[in-house]
Ligand binder design. Structure first.
Ligand code: SAH
Ligand code: MG
Length: 198
């Protein structure tokens, strides 16, 4: 049932150019979720609800998701898709700017999927710190942004700030005490930061 719904969403995303997590990224995303089986998931950037549904279906049996989306039209579409799934009661969609919503959230998330405005990742990272459980994992999508983040080629002007901020994000997570970060090149790049105890 989920497979059919997810496939329909993939078709919609392709036809309407909605940037849902791509096939390469999905593979790592699924793997991390299966290993972790998180209970309380925070998603920053819902789009049409694809990764939220993937996360809840690959999470623990009691997994719940709070997901944040700025665009009302996309959020409405996400709500409609989520209503067609078995997880309607477990995905809580909040409309607004993540930078504003994050400080208002409850604490205790054991998995965060960061996938909204790429230029805001350093800000999101700082704002989620008080919300994380002691063994949280933070997965950030698109961190290699079309090869420009670690590549030798200069990014086009319109991507300059995004690329700069994503480099800043990678430096920030790699230097963060109490975290170990793996950067997967699959898809558009996924940075997986795991909180560790020392
Ligand atoms: N996670 C989704 C894809 C998200 S695409 C998936 O993989 O299925 C990124 C989304 O972030 C877009 O829908 C965009 O509207 C949203 N977004 C951009 N800036 C935002 C902000 N400041 N606050 C909340 N959402 C934002
Ligand atoms: Mg993405």
């Amino acid at each position: 049932m989920m497979d059919v719904l997810l496939q329909k969403m993939e078709v919609y995303a392709r036809q309407h150019q909605v940037p849902i997590i791509n096939a390469g990224g999905r593979e790592v995303f699924r793997q991390v979720l299966r290993q972790k089986r998180p209970h309380r998931i925070l998603e920053i950037g819902t789009a049409i609800g694809y990764s939220a549904l993937l996360a809840v279906s690959e999470g623990a049996a009691d997994a719940e998701v709070i997901t944040l989306e700025l665009d009302a039209e996309r959020a409405a579409l996400a709500a409609a898709y989520i209503d067609r799934s078995p997880y309607a009661g477990r995905i809580h969609l909040r409309l607004g700017d993540a930078g504003v919503l994050l400080p208002q959230l409850p604490t205790g998330f054991d998995f965060v999927f960061m996938d909204a405005a790429k230029g805001q990742y350093p800000d999101y990272w700082r704002k989620i710190q008080p919300l994380l459980s002691p063994e949280a994992i933070v997965a950030a999508d698109n961190v290699l942004f079309r090869g420009y983040v670690r590549g030798a080629d200069k990014p086009p002007r319109r991507y300059k700030t995004i690329v700069k901020r994503l480099r800043e994000y990678l430096a920030l997570v790699q230097a963060a005490p109490g975290f170990v970060t793996d950067i997967y090149e699959n898809g558009d790049g996924l940075a997986v930061s795991r909180r560790i105890h020392v």
